[in-house]
Design a binder for this molecule. Sequence first.
Ligand code: ATP
Ligand code: MG
Length: 137
Amino acid sequence: QERSYVMVKPDGVQRGLVGKIISRFERKGFYLKGLKMFNCPEDIAKEHYKDLSSKPFFPDLVEYICSGPVICMIWEGKGVVKSARKLIGATNPLESEPGTIRGDFAVEVGRNVIHGSDSDENGEREIGIWFSSGEGT
Ligand code: ATP
Ligand code: MG
């Protein structure tokens, strides 16, 4: 079955949005296969976003992801990678449609509440970065 790595970022945790976010994925019909709260060390954040390492916002992005605990999740189901990106909405919350998570809960691109894998390949790569063997099912 197809899997996506989804993460509630520190702002989403601090603002109390974890339950609402999990509900949206459950309501859609996906299956929660891994879940933990995690204080992210910088090396993990850098590895996760390594394709963006040359961007000017990269240092701020790493600092943001490491600024408080995140909620790491594995979601499984038919078409979950693409569908999760639709549930999440566009990167810039001012361009995310209402009804999406970012569209409903965020305004700042640098505080956009949630991450979702952008391909099947990256989904498996990211699950490997954030989860150890024996965590999740
Ligand atoms: P994510 O990978 O977190 O799900 P995304 O796939 O929608 O987001 P990416 O292009 O992968 O978007 O960017 C990763 C993250 O980097 C964004 O979610 C956002 O927090 C941050 N980011 C992207 N573009 C900018 C920008 N122009 N200024 C500040 N932060 C940015
Ligand atoms: Mg991305």
